[in-house]
Design a protein around this ligand. Structure first.
Ligand SMILES: Cc1cc2nc3c(=O)[nH]c(=O)nc-3n(C[C@H](O)[C@H](O)[C@H](O)COP(=O)(O)OP(=O)(O)OC[C@H]3O[C@@H](n4cnc5c(N)ncnc54)[C@H](O)[C@@H]3O)c2cc1C
Length: 431
């Protein structure tokens, strides 16, 4: 049996790793000349700057996976754990557990009003809704508007670079919907599963691209063929085989895994008919990321950085104080800030002015004498809309009959750990 995996990002490479022993031949086809997709580590004057993701959710299976790649010794945890939100021109600091909407931490927070806390006490008696709804509807219904505005939109929706009004709770935060369905109350869940505190995220000391290098090394050892600079243009069914047409010619396969953003699948799978319209149902958003690197010491008492509530009317949507968060990756003589900006067609020098002006306006911080590195992430964040799950199910069921499978950030979660998990689960589906 011969398998093609299209896309050499974390999803495609992990699929190669988990499937290597159940196929006679596997080819990973990557259009760029380097692997990794959104995982990109830049070395700038001996500092390791992550241009895409900088951290990985710290769950048990993922840690084990990192150990299998012999990278266990390279795991590092962020220096700080609290989450800062810029809201009505003030910084609100939350404990990290707030991300899972743990009500005991919401009750303890100084940043939530008494009125919202009283309302929160009724959370166990709130009706449970089976149907999908937006992140905004879900949080407002169970926890109240204030908690949505201070936590839901700036922290949770921000992960998807999304508007919480549009984001599907069942697809983007399945775990939260599951708590409601299974335990009927977040209080009950928090009491039953009082976890030992551990950092929510980790990174790799010598850059996240080490994971990509190690995966490449491992899959090549397992006889997987990795072809770079090979762009897949079309997949068609010919005499019972799947013909994969690329910029360099065609190859025939028994099965194909597409580990690329779903909008590319529309063109590639056109021969399979109207079903392909579903690939265009997911909209994508873009962002600009900018590193500011300076020798100057800045008085920033903001831990790992801050996220900006959309009510602030700023172009900056978040800032990581990279040299605070990951001191192991950078020189201790430098202050390195990483900004995330709204996607507008800013010119390079405009980006610099926006950052300088907005940092001055909000924090009275004068940024001078710095170097700047901008990177534009065009169409990089899928916006899971209501009923995203149903669409994915229809796509997967239809194409399973054609021996075509789908994994990656377009489907079951955007995080690196969700991408690896999808590749792992594919093993059972494809057998
Ligand atoms: C700025 C930014 C910050 C992020 N931060 C975090 C974070 O801190 N933590 C976290 O967990 N996640 C984060 N994410 C999300 C995470 O990085 C991605 O969801 C994940 O890396 C996607 O991996 P993937 O393999 O599914 O897709 P991709 O990385 O997009 O890989 C797809 C690959 O397919 C290739 N390809 C596309 N079309 C074709 C074709 N026709 N033929 C052949 N090859 C093709 C592409 O070149 C690419 O290499 C972030 C994302 C961005 C953009």
């Amino acid at each position: 049996m011969k398998l093609a995996i299209v896309g050499g990002g974390i999803s495609g490479l992990s699929a190669g790793y988990f499937l290597s022993d159940i196929f006679d031949e596997i080819f990973i086809l990557e259009s760029e000349n380097e692997l990794g997709g959104k995982i990109k580590t830049l070395t700038f004057k001996n500092n390791l700057l992550e241009l895409g993701p900088d951290s990985i959710s710290n769950n048990f299976q993922l840690e084990e996976f990192i150990f299998q790649l012999n990278l266990g010794d390279s795991i590092i945890f962020p220096n700080h754990s609290k989450i800062n939100v810029l809201y009505h021109n003030k910084i609100l600091t939350f404990e990290p557990e707030i991300v899972s909407l743990n009500p005991t931490f919401i009750l303890k927070s100084k940043n939530i009003s008494i009125k919202s806390k009283i309302n929160l006490l009724f959370e166990p008696f709130k009706k449970c809704i089976q149907n999908d709804e937006s992140l905004e509807e879900f949080i407002t219904r169970r926890f109240g508007k204030e908690i949505y505005l201070k936590i839901g939109q700036p922290i949770l929706a921000n992960i998807y670079n999304a508007d919480g009004k549009e984001l599907s709770i069942s697809s983007a935060f399945e775990n939260l919907k599951r708590i409601e369905k299974t335990y009927k109350s977040f209080f009950k869940y928090a009491l039953l599963f009082r976890k030992k505190r551990k950092p929510l995220f980790f990174s790799i000391k010598n850059g996240l691209n080490r994971i990509i290098m190690k995966l490449e090394e491992k899959v090549v050892k397992k006889n997987v063929k990795v072809l770079k600079g090979v762009k897949v243009l079309k997949v068609s069914k010919i005499n019972g085989k799947l013909r994969v047409i690329t910029n360099l010619g065609y190859y025939d396969f028994d099965k194909v895994v597409l580990a690329i953003p779903s909008f590319f699948c529309y063109d590639i799978l056109m021969d399979f008919g109207d079903i392909c319209e579903l690939f265009l149902k997911t909209k994508w958003t873009s962002t600009i990321t900018s590193y500011i690197i300076t020798n100057e010491h800045l008085e920033l008492n903001l831990g790992n950085g801050f996220l900006v509530s959309p009510l602030e009317n700023l172009n900056i949507t978040g800032c990581t104080i990279y040299s605070n968060k990951w001191p192991q990756k950078v020189s201790d003589r430098l202050t390195i800030l990483r900004f995330f900006l709204k996607d507008k067609s800013f010119k390079e020098n405009e980006i610099k002015d926006i950052i300088v002006n907005e940092m001055d306006k909000v924090f009275n911080i004068k940024l001078k004498n710095f170097e700047i590195i901008n990177y534009r992430w065009k169409n990089s964040f899928p916006q899971y809309s209501i009923n995203h799950k149903e669409n994915v199910k229809i796509i997967r069921e239809f194409f399973k009959n054609e021996h075509i499978y789908f994994i990656g950030s377009s489907y079951d979660g955007i995080s690196i750990s969700s991408c690896i998990n999808q590749a792992f689960k594919l093993r059972d589906e494809i057998l």
